[in-house]
Design a protein. Structure first.
Lengths: 55, 145
């Protein structure tokens, strides 16, 4: 969890909670997941920054 | 980057975040959930927790008078998520155009702080492009630079 340690000054306070509620089967989350997958399938992945050609 | 947001509560993987919006209509619990939809792309789902029905929704407009602070908090969850998942891409798209514009407002209002550390793309008119402030995109992606 070292990477997850929040920097209070720049990212606000985050308190880690064990056994947080599982939202993965919530109808809203399921709908959003289906929308995202359909969108990405139809329109492709965001390509990211163009890599500069090396000389 | 110094955003003013609410304190958040997260699971150990920093994929689920909860926080309370505190405003004129009382306390409303908000949830931000990052879910892997394949190829290391995590879909951002953001909604209100409906205690009565025991489920999330984004259909209500809460008008709690703290929109900027809520948007800043959502932005901070993205910051924290990417800090723990540095090779991942966050994908965000609202259920409706107005919801997508809400994400856009969050990016726009913090754009000068965000652009130094994050690479953001928007989907518009059939293609992904580098995010430009002022355009109305259909979807967004965010990754670390």
């Amino acid at each position: 969890m070292e990477n997850a340690k929040p920097d209070k000054e720049t990212t606000g306070k985050v308190t880690i909670v064990k056994n947080m509620r599982d939202y993965s089967n919530d109808p809203f989350v399921v709908r959003k997941r289906e929308m995202a997958i359909a969108f990405i399938k139809k329109n492709g992945f965001p390509p990211g920054p163009k890599k500069k050609k090396q000389k | 980057m110094n955003l003013q947001g609410y304190e958040t509560f997260s699971d150990e993987k920093l994929e689920k975040f909860e926080f309370n919006s505190i405003g004129v209509n009382g306390i409303i619990r908000k949830v931000v959930f990052f879910e892997n939809v394949g190829f290391n792309i995590f879909n951002l789902a953001f909604g209100d927790w409906d205690e009565l029905n025991g489920k999330l929704n984004d259909e209500k407009t809460t008008n709690n008078g703290d929109r900027d602070k809520v948007l800043a908090t959502v932005a901070l969850t993205v910051v924290n998520f990417l800090r723990y998942h540095p090779d991942s891409i966050v994908f965000a798209m609202g259920r409706t155009n107005s919801r997508t514009r809400l994400f856009q407002m969050g990016i726009n209002s913090n754009w000068y702080k965000i652009q130094t550390a994050y690479y953001i793309e928007g989907y518009l008119l059939g293609r992904w492009e580098k995010f430009q402030s002022g355009k109305n995109y259909e979807a967004f992606s965010v990754r670390l630079k």
